[in-house]
Design a protein around this ligand. Sequence first.
Ligand SMILES: [Zn+2]
Length: 255
Amino acid sequence: MTRPGLVVLFFGLFGTLSGQDLTITQSPGYPYADGQAELVASLMKSFDYEEEEPIFTDTLEAWEQWHTVQNFEFGKNRGHLPMIADLNSLHPYFRDKVARLIEACREKGIELAVVEAYRTKAKQNEYRSMGKKYTRSVGGLSKHQYGLAVDVVPIVDSVAQWHNSTLWRKVGLAGEKLGMRWGGRWRYLYDPGHFEWTGGLTSYHLTQGAAPRIPQPDAYPCLEEELTVLRTFWEQWEADQAAAKDVTHSSKAMK
Ligand SMILES: [Zn+2]
C-alpha cells in the first residue's frame, strides 16, 4: 500500500474512533485542517518507514562471495579446485535462461542443483588432466570460460541423479525449449547436465573476444557494464585458482 493510501486508511480509522469528523473522501491534501497535521505526523511516526536498502552486487569483493561447491559434493570426483556454482557468475542473458530452466523443472517437480557455472581455465585444465571422460576441451575452449555454460543435476531425496535417463530427458527438453544447447545430445562425451548458449558463436569466436548478441537488448540496458564487472571477477577467480593449482602441484611434487 502506498503512503497516501495508509494515511487515508488511518485517518478513516482514527476519525471514526475519536469521533472527529475528518470526512476524508480522497487523498488527504495539504494544508491539513487544524490539528490534523499533528495527527498525521504522529501516525507517520508510529510506522517504521524503513527505506529499502539498495543491494549492490558489483562491489570489488563480490566475486569472493560466489557460491562454490567442493569435490564429491554431488557424489562425483570433480577435482581439487572448487567449482563455482553461483548463477551470478554467468552471462546475464544466459543466467536468466538457467534460472528459467530451474523454475520450469521445479514446476514439473524436479529439483535441480547447480554443479558448476563459470569455470576458470585453471579448472578446465584440471578436468583435462583428469582424462578424456571429463572434457575434450583445454582451458579457454569450453563455453564455461565465458559464462555461457552451466552444469546441473537433478536431486531426489538429497541424492544427485546422474544416471536417471528419464529425469535427464525431461530436464534436457525443458532446456532446449528455452533455446539452450543440451549436452545430452552429444555422442562423444554425453553430458546431460550441460547446457550452453552462445548466440550462434563458436568457441573460436569466443576465444577472439567476441560477445554473443542477445535477442532482447532492451531488456538488458546495462549489459556492457555488467559484463565489464563480470570479466574482472572472472579474472580474479582465474588468478585465485591458478595460484591454488600451483600450490596443489608443488605439494604433489614434494610428496
Ligand atoms: Zn558443462
